[in-house]
Design a protein around this ligand. Sequence first.
Ligand SMILES: Cc1cc2nc3c(=O)[nH]c(=O)nc-3n(C[C@H](O)[C@H](O)[C@H](O)COP(=O)(O)OP(=O)(O)OC[C@H]3O[C@@H](n4cnc5c(N)ncnc54)[C@H](O)[C@@H]3O)c2cc1C
Length: 343
Amino acid sequence: MAEPSTRISSQNGIDPTRASEAPAPVAVEMKPPQASKPGPDGIIRSQPETPLVDIMGGSSRQQINVLDHGFIALVDCMPRLVPQGQTADAAIVQAARVSYGQGTKKLNEDRGLIRYLLRHRHTTPLEMVEVKFHVCMPIFVARQWIRHRTANVNEYSARYSILPDRFYTPNLDQVRKQSKANRQGGEELFRVHDDAQELKTAQDFVSYLDDVEGFYKRYLALTEQGVSREMARIGLPVNMYTEWYWKCDLHNTLRFLALRIDAHAQAEIRVFAEAMLKLIEPLVPATVEAWRDYELGGVHLSRLEAEALSRLASGASPELACDNARERAEWADKLAKLGFRPS
Ligand SMILES: Cc1cc2nc3c(=O)[nH]c(=O)nc-3n(C[C@H](O)[C@H](O)[C@H](O)COP(=O)(O)OP(=O)(O)OC[C@H]3O[C@@H](n4cnc5c(N)ncnc54)[C@H](O)[C@@H]3O)c2cc1C
């Protein structure tokens, strides 16, 4: 069984499942929607109390270019219209009030409620916000991205259309060496400016990508000779760009961001995740602020780590009661992040 995990940032012992410990409701009169009569179709249409404004400021898309030919564009969100002076954070607060009863309309108290939700992982109100992106990324990035199953995706069909001539090629000074510590990662860059052998290796890598790109002409020629597009594409490399529409609720989007902004994620997906965060932040500023505080910038501790930390507090060695070398190394990293240096 997995170790129960705790977080330094939420050690106040509150059980979020106990409604009595949820934020105290503030007695504010909640006006019902302006009473209207049903129309001839039986539908009651209510006017908003405050004028609604487009949270995307009237733009049809908000795009950030990423890598050499890629981009990520926010094309829609829910809610798209919000009461003037508010953001999509309001939809989260509105949903949370169903659980916690009447709240308050003051923005700073809404922020407190959002921070409470994030601290205690009461995540369903976050699912009331959705974001939709148009993304153009290399196929090897798409393969990692698609593993986030909670999104809705519709991808460009290379069975139906010819793939455009777009390939990802890193610059020489972006070529990474195989990491010695992490079998899945590349960390250190080739020293292309001050080591002739390393420059040569990086050049060899880029020239290998150029050779692979050369297959594109043969792909086109074969489709012209009558080979089906669905077959011709199977010889194309994974640094070719593909496109999709990606829609996801905010809870799972933040989960995607936490995993893909993390230093363990591949650099080429990280740059997309960072751009996505930049596009989302103005939509839900209080939620992103709380998520940075409690998730992205938090330090998660297992039971063994929490026990080691309490030993440290009483002056003993913070040795982890575990003989797994990787786990011990991860604990050393966490201690360093918390500001403790080995004595
Ligand atoms: C650094 C890194 C390295 C990775 N390496 C590998 C690798 O080597 N090989 C590999 O195959 N994958 C790898 N992955 C992918 C990883 O295992 C996850 O598939 C991916 O991160 C998606 O995470 P998720 O399942 O939490 O997200 P989502 O699919 O969006 O799911 C969100 C949450 O919804 C729930 N959920 C979704 N679907 C189901 C379901 N069918 N049943 C039950 N609960 C569900 C789970 O609680 C899940 O955490 C890696 C990911 C990262 C970040």
